[in-house]
Design a protein around this ligand. Structure first.
Ligand code: NI
Length: 257
């Protein structure tokens, strides 16, 4: 079966029609999706959605863009969700300097605190890193003892060199719709070079719909389009990609059934 390791079913574009969204992805062979929280409220909502559907699991975490006005004690609200039987990761967490770099120290503080949280809970992390790869790699290197349960680099768009460094830290590289974009030569080179043991697939729904659906509301049903692109770039069969990506996900997310 196919798996979507990063989607946001709590988004207004998807949540009001969730039964249809789930039925559609199941019909496309997508058997498991991981619904990702960005703040306390969305982490609680993705948990509730995971309780409604066998195919849906979730991650709880505080996104770097959502922590600007928070106290560090907010991480205790996330901690309370991690023991849930369907909570498979802490995320999305990380650094994002693209829109606003003015509180980068605070981003780093929340990032490290949530790496600790994940390690203590025995969970992998789902990482969102944008325009901050240097700082992120430094923090990950310094905290490699907290990466004991692994992690995912979500929607990877960095260089091959950074990918190698991340894999050395035991992190998986996740590919999404941007792999299908015409100007995405860099990501395609990375996708061709990464060993299959480190590859995962995601949609980041409702964002980043793959070609030829670019600009529409994305949903987990588009995972086969991304797997097909991976297969084409790597000279593999789509069935092969489907099988090894799911094996990788099972290895990383120990609660996945
Ligand atoms: Ni996301």
């Amino acid at each position: 079966m196919f798996i979507d390791t990063h989607c946001h079913l709590d988004d207004p574009k998807l949540k009001d029609d969730l039964i249809a969204v789930v039925n559609e992805f199941k019909a496309c062979g997508v058997g498991r999706v991981i619904n990702i929280g960005c703040d306390v409220k969305s982490s609680e909502l993705v948990k509730e959605q995971a309780e409604q559907f066998e195919e849906v699991y979730f991650a709880a975490g505080l996104h770097p863009m959502d922590i600007k006005d928070l106290e560090i004690s907010a991480i205790y609200d996330i901690k309370g969700l991690l023991d849930h039987e369907k909570c498979v990761a802490v995320g999305e967490i990380g650094l994002d300097y693209y829109w606003d770099k003015s509180y980068s120290d605070k981003q780093k503080e929340f990032f490290v605190a949530q790496l600790e949280l994940a390690c203590a809970a025995g969970l992998p992390v789902n990482l969102h890193i944008r325009d901050a790869m240097g700082d992120a790699c430094k923090i990950l290197r310094e905290n490699r003892d907290k990466l004991r349960y692994g992690g995912i680099m979500h929607c990877y768009s960095g260089s091959i060199e950074s990918a190698k460094e991340l894999m050395k830290l035991g992190l998986y590289i996740s590919f999404g719709g941007s792999l299908t974009f015409k100007n995405a030569r860099n990501i395609k080179e990375v996708a061709a070079a990464v060993p299959r043991e480190y590859i995962l697939t995601e949609t980041d729904s409702p964002f980043l719909a793959p070609e030829p659906f670019r600009g529409t509301v994305n949903a987990p049903k588009r995972i086969p389009v991304i797997a097909e692109k991976l297969a084409e770039i790597r000279g593999e069969d789509i069935g092969e990609v489907e099988t090894y990506v799911y094996e990788n996900a099972k290895r990383l997310f120990s609660k996945l059934k």
